[in-house]
Design a binder for this molecule. Sequence first.
Ligand code: FAD
Length: 503
Amino acid sequence: DAVDNAPAIVVGSGYGAAVAALRLGQAGIRTLVLEMGRLWNTPGSDGKVFCSTSAPDQRSMWFRTRTEAPLASFLWLDVVNRDIGRYPGVLDRVHFADMSVFVGRGVGGGSLVNGGMAVTPLRSYFAEQFPTVDAAEMYGTYFPRARAMLGVNNVDPAWFEASDWYRFTRVSRKHAQNAGLRTTFVPSVYDFGYMQREAAGTAAKSALAGEVIYGNNQGKRSLDKTYLSSALGTGNVTIHTLEKVRAISRAADGTYVLTADRIDATGNVVETKEYGCTYLFLGGGSLGTSELLVRARETGTLPALDARVGAGWGTNGNVMLGRANHLWDTVGANQSTMPVMGIDDWANTANPVFAEIAPLPTGLEHWVSLYLAITKNPQRAAFTYDRASGTVKLGWSAAQSAVSVGMAKKLFDRINAANATMYRYDLFGGSNKVFADDFTYHPLGGCVLGQATDDHGRVKGYPRLYVTDGSLVPGSIGVNPFVTITALAERTMARVLAEDTAP
Ligand code: FAD
C-alpha cells in the first residue's frame, strides 16, 4: 500500500531530532528522518555550498523574493537586503502578528545558520526553569555529553587578545567594564584552530569572510558533521529531504500515521506521502512541533493532547541593539562572525540580562558595537489554531516585547552613561528604531517539559510519541539555547531507550 513504515520516525533534523536519530540508530532501531529543507552538501555555480552574506542569492532564504536580514539598514539605507529567486534556502523568517522568528531549514536545522555559541545555562536558572529535572544528573552527565558530541571548544585567550578580528569584542568589553559590568568568554562549535588558520591566510575564510546566517562553508561543526553523520554511520538511519510533515494521526493499532508533502526546488508539492511508525519523535523545533501538535489536537486527529500543548512560548527575552562609539574607539573593519564573549549581568536580580557581543562584519570601520541581549522576560504566549486558514497563530504581542526592551535599555543606558556614548538609530529600519524587539533567534516552548509532556518528553495522552526539541523549554533559559536543547534530548533518549523500547 501507499504507507511507508519504519519502526521509528523523527520529524526534523535540528538539535533535538539529531540526538534522537543517533541514539535510535545506535540502539539498532531502523529510523527515518523527515526534513522539510534540503541537504546542504553540493556546491553552487560559485563552487560554494552556501552563499555569502554580502551577495546573497536564492540559497540564502526559504522561498523569498527578497532577503530579510535581521539588520535591515545601515545609515538608514536599505543596503543589506537583496532580491533573490524563490528556492528552499537555508534561513527562514516566520512572521506572526507581532513577532517574527528566524529558523534554519535543511539537514542540521538551526545549526546551519546560527552563531555557534555553545553556552551551558547557569545551574540555578536551569533548576528554576526545570524544577522537576535532576540538575545534578544534567550537569554531571547530559550537559558534558552534549558538549562533547557537539564539538564545543574555546577561543585561545592569547590569540583573542592579539587578533584584529576580535577588536570589536575587546572594545565592547572595555565599555562594559567601564560601567562596572562583568564579561565572560563563551564557548563555540566553530573550530578555533581553523579560524586561526583563516587569520594566518593558510585556510579558506568562512567566519572571517562574513559567513554565518546564510551558512558557513568552513569551520563550523554543524549537526550534519557531528550527530547526523554519526547517525547515518550506524547504518540504521535514513534522511528524506524536502518533505514537510503536515498531519499526524493514530491508527487503531496505536501506531502513528504521518502525512508529508514532498516539494521540489520551486516549492511545488510533487507528492503527498503517508508514513507509519511505532515510535514518533518530534524535532521540528519550537515552531514546527507546536504547529503539528496544536493542529492535531484542534482538528481532532490527536484529540487527547493536553490543553497545555501550544502554551508556554517565549523569545528567550531577545533584543538586538547597536551603540555608536567615539571616533577613537574603532571596532575594526575585520570582524569574525563567531561571537566569543558576553556581558553577564544575570546575577543582578533587579534586571537580569546576558548580552552577547555580536559582530557587524561590513568590511569597513563603522564604529558600531552590536549586541544580542537575552533578558529575563517572564512574558509567555500561546499558539492557537485558525480553522479558516488551517494555520497556527502566535499570540505574542508588541507589549510583551516591550518588557524585553525595558530590561535591555536599563543595562545599555548604564553602559552609555559610563562611556558618554549613545545608541545607533539607523540599523533597524526607517523609524529610528533603537531596539530590534520584533524578531527572535531563540524561539522556546509550546510543548513544555512536565506540562504538555511528562518529565522526559513523553507527550501526555499518547504512548510512544515524544518531543525532543526547543519546544520543551519554557520560553527562557537565560543563555543561547542549543546546548540545553541537546542535553535535554540526550536525557530523554537515555530514558526512552531504557524503558520504552524493550522488546
Ligand atoms: P531546529 O534546529 O530549529 O530544527 C528544526 C528542524 O525541523 C528544521 O531543520 C526544520 O526545517 C525542520 N522542520 C520543522 N517543521 C517540520 C515539518 N513539519 N516537517 C519536516 N521538517 C520540519 N543558539 C545557540 O545556542 N547559540 C547561538 O549562537 C545561536 N545563534 C543563532 C543564530 C541564528 C541566526 C538563529 C536563527 C538561531 C540561533 N540560535 C543559537 C538558536 C538555535 O539555532 C536554536 O535554538 C536551535 O536550532 C533549536 O533547535 P531545535 O532542535 O529546537 O530545532
